[in-house]
Design a protein around this ligand. Structure first.
Ligand code: AMP
Length: 217
């Protein structure tokens, strides 16, 4: 099953992607995670991406398209994949289509998680990530047992630079301008599966499973 997860920053794409990975055994491909790892390692890719990411702007299309082109050819994508955070612009969606045609694949569903923007700001500013294992917490909705410390591995929790309020407003504007047009793009292709991104994680996941319309393995 080949999936795209669409939705504004903070809609819960990462969480739902992880739940899909566990249930359907297909890899999650997050351009955000790949870019953050590159920034951390200080690679050429990371150096190119860093300034855009810190400001909350999108990294240039050709950079992320190159990442996806390579990644989708890896053997673990044979049985399917979840694209989380890609495509984010119309040129990216068109490039994806061309890549998939080349490797004789196609998209089965585009899951669009809908959440209103004030709720997104509240969610994103409270988000904390573990420096060590990448575990995600939230100061209101999913606090760690000990403030500032990861429950899973004891690592230090921090606020991602791009989760600060001003950056978040930029990210949301970028989403409206550049990514929201993809909703219509995929609606026209009859691939869009709208999901209400409010309520508990498992309630949202139930909607996702229903939308995918398949009995999980
Ligand atoms: P995310 O974790 O998906 O919110 O991504 C964090 C940041 O990485 C974004 O704010 C962008 O700067 C960059 N990024 C991730 N995916 C893309 C993409 N598909 N196109 C352009 N920039 C991206």
């Amino acid at each position: 099953m080949n999936l795209i997860l669409l939705g504004p920053p903070g809609a819960g794409k990462g969480t739902q992607a992880q739940m899909i990975v566990e249930r359907y055994h297909i890899p999650q491909i997050s351009t955000g995670d790949i870019l953050r790892a590159a920034v951390k390692e200080g690679t050429d890719l990371g150096k190119q991406a860093k300034a855009f990411m810190t400001k909350g702007e999108l990294v240039p299309d050709e950079v992320v398209i190159g990442i996806i082109d390579q990644r989708l050819r890896e053997p673990d994508c044979k049985t399917g994949f979840i694209l989380d955070g890609f495509p984010r612009t119309t040129p990216q969606a068109e490039a994806l289509q061309a890549i998939l045609t080349k490797i004789e694949k196609s998209v089965d569903h585009v899951v669009n998680i809908e959440v209103d923007s004030e709720e997104l700001v509240r969610r994103l500013t409270g988000r904390r990530t573990c420096k060590n294992c990448g575990g995600m917490f939230h100061i209101h909705f999913h606090p760690p047992q000990k403030e500032g410390v990861c429950d899973r591995c004891g690592g230090i929790l921090y606020q991602r630079e791009d989760d600060r309020e001003e950056t978040i407003r930029t990210r949301l504007k970028e989403y409206q301008k550049q990514t929201a047009p993809l909703i219509k793009y995929y609606q026209d292709k009859r691939l869009l599966r709208p999901i209400q991104g409010v309520g508990g994680q498992s309630q949202i996941f139930e909607q996702v499973v229903r939308a995918l319309g398949t009995t999980p393995a």
